[in-house]
Design a protein around this ligand. Sequence first.
Ligand code: ZN
Length: 469
Amino acid sequence: MSVRLCALFAAALVASAQPPPFSNLVRSFIKIDAPVVALTNVRVIDGTGAPARQRQTVIIRNGNIAEMGDSGRVVIPDGVTPIDLAGKSIIPGLVMVHEHLYYPSGSGVYGQLGASFIRLYLAGGVTTMRTGGNVNGIMDLKLKQLIEQGAQPGPAIDATAPYLNGPNAFVQMRDMKDAAEAKRHVAYWADLGSTSFKAYMQITRDQLRAAVEEAHARGLKITGHLCSVTYAEAADIGIDNLEHGFLAATDFVSDKQPDACPGQGAGQRTVAALDPDGAPFKALVRKLIDRKVALTSTLTVFETFTPGRPLPPGLDVLLPELKTQFENGYRRTAQNTDSIYTTLFPKALALERAFVRAGGTLIAGTDPTGGGGVVPGFSNQRQLELLVEAGFTPLEAIRIGTLNGATFLGRNARVGSIAVGKQADLVVIDGDPSTAIADVRKVETVFKQGVGFDPAKLIASVSGRVGLW
Ligand SMILES: [Zn+2]
């Protein structure tokens, strides 16, 4: 079959990606909206890990990638003014899986900032995301719906239910008593539309098992930021995903009691001392791979705990009080030369690299929690830079932040890579992130379903007020 026939066949098979009618608010952030868009002379980094292709023309029709090939070969449809992207690149819209619509605003309280965060995520190039736990109940689901309806700008969202946890100290998190309650929690939130679940640090094995069974019975996935349950136990129970690389593993704590969290610090001291080539680590990696458990890298949040690291990007969008609060914390971190993170952070990078080199599936997120400073959109770009620091090539890092996430979420038939027939979720970058990953910060336009959004306008609309809403 010729390339052209293949393309037509693929186009016939896929649903139209045509976006919904947009509200005036959403319209105010759009800079390119036409039934047919032609991008010419662009470098295509397709998200599969394949080498960049130079001087390509991409035709977007009704929200889908209708045609792609060498500029000069691909014919620009009559009446369409091409957009010349010479010297620029496109990558797939980012697909990030440990995002939140809340932020640590003070004194153990997490402010509900979803309304501004969805704009920042989109501006940063994120067109699909999973929230990795919520502490508000309904906002994740509601914003997901409003975005789908065209009433709000933002990425497509896989909305997680509120956390599944045992008795804990968070004022915005439930204390489950038993396995029956875990099952009811999953059933209730799945019925409301949650498409993902997150187990947390004090859950018991029985509760986790009940939650996994109920989620899987509904065709849904469950992840965990664990402590009371080890990674190996969770893998045997059937969890789909584990958060924070290996930094939440308590598998190596010698006096670990079943179903009890020995403290995150106790686990992290053992992880900091792990040998990536040693038998205990290799056995855990083997189990995760055999059980098909994906691992989420959230290096961005750990970087903010580590002395000697640069200030994270995007702080200027924060409410001045929140910016100052983070900067004060940053100064304290810088002075804490005894911090475990001095050894733990580089170890985190090495362990994630070892996991992937052994055949494990790594996906990426940012986790805008900790002591603040992980700013949506900006931190998604930073996460790709940190993957490169961990030893991945820029092409591998981009794949981890796009196609790997889409595949895990079961959305890879439509998004996650740049290919004819797929939805036109594309980030236009003024540079070449296949050779200089820091160029991912130079986002010029974010196409979602073929509609081009203006990142500068999205950011300006919330700048200095992120913290209020
Ligand atoms: Zn998180």
